[in-house]
Ligand binder design. Structure first.
Ligand SMILES: [Cu+2]
Length: 134
C-alpha cells in the first residue's frame, strides 16, 4: 500500500510512463501535419517588382479541395482567382495575382494536409522599396 505521506512522486512517475507509452503508440504519420516551409514572396519582404503569383510550400501534401489562400490589402481582397495545389507538387499551393500597386499586402492561408490536420496563418509583404516602408 502506498504511504499517504508520499503519494505524489510515485503517481507522477506513473503518469509520465503512461504518457510516454501513449506517444510511442501514435504512428509517426499522424503527427506529421503540414507546416509552411517556404513562401514567395517571403514574409516581411519588400519587393520592387510586383509578383505575378504567390506560392506557399508546405511540409506535407495538401488536400486540394480544402486548401486555400488569398491576398489582401487593408480589408480588400486582391486575389480573384482560386488558388491551386500544383499537380506536380502536392505540397505547393499558389494563386495568380493581379498587377499590384505599391503598398502593404497580407497573405492568408488555410491548408488541410492529407492526415486531416488544418494549418492556418498569415504574413505580410510590401510592394515598393525600403524607403517606402513606414
Ligand atoms: Cu497532422
Amino acid at each position: 500500500m502506498v504511504s499517504p505521506a508520499r503519494p505524489g512522486p510515485i503517481r507522477a512517475l506513473g503518469w509520465c510512463a503512461a504518457v510516454l507509452l501513449a506517444l510511442a503508440l501514435v504512428p509517426a504519420g499522424a503527427r506529421a501535419h503540414a507546416t509552411l516551409v517556404r513562401a514567395v514572396p517571403p514574409a516581411r519582404a519588400v519587393v520592387r517588382v510586383p509578383p505575378r503569383q504567390a506560392q506557399l510550400w508546405f511540409s506535407e501534401p495538401l488536400e486540394a479541395a480544402y486548401s486555400t489562400m488569398s491576398i489582401w490589402t487593408d480589408a480588400t481582397r486582391v486575389t480573384s482567382d482560386a488558388p491551386a495545389v500544383s499537380p506536380e507538387n502536392p505540397r505547393l499551393l499558389s494563386v495568380a495575382l493581379p498587377p499590384l500597386a505599391r503598398g502593404a499586402y497580407v497573405v492568408r492561408y488555410r491548408a488541410l494536409s492529407i492526415d486531416g490536420h488544418v494549418v492556418e496563418g498569415s504574413y505580410s509583404f510590401r510592394v515598393g522599396d525600403e524607403a517606402s516602408r513606414k
